[in-house]
Design a protein around this ligand. Sequence first.
Ligand code: ASC
Length: 158
Amino acid sequence: MKQRLKNVVAPILAVAALAAAATAVAQQAPKPEQLIKWRQSAYQVIAWNTGRVKANVDGQYNKEEVIKAANTIAAIANSGLGALYAPGTETGKGWHDTAVKPELFTDKKAGEVAANFNKEANELAKVAALGDVAAVKTQLGKLQGTCKACHDDFRKKD
Ligand code: ASC
């Protein structure tokens, strides 16, 4: 490359690299409001899908529908939701005020209830694949038990 062209191009590349780095940093630290929105959204999608499983075990059972719902719940459970509970998100607004109790961020039991939810969500996906309605119903109950356990300790009452 001719020297004069280099003098023009090099600073442009440097600026572009800086901009890319700045974007990467911004992506590593989303604002608390964004994190709270994501976690509220994740639980809404979970609720949609536990509702689908429940409708299937209580009414007409559609194996494929239940597999889709259970796999969705498991995928969200396995997605690393803990990252959405970053420092600074103990209080505040996402789509609405967070219902989380600040205790969730300090109590060691929080890790346990989260791990239980994960375990039962993955088990539901396995059971759904087999298509035994009674087994799915039992496993849904176990999963919902883990939802309730967390709500009892770490979610503000409506
Ligand atoms: C569900 C769901 C919850 C829990 C909760 C259990 O299916 O959407 O939030 O179970 O109702 O107490």
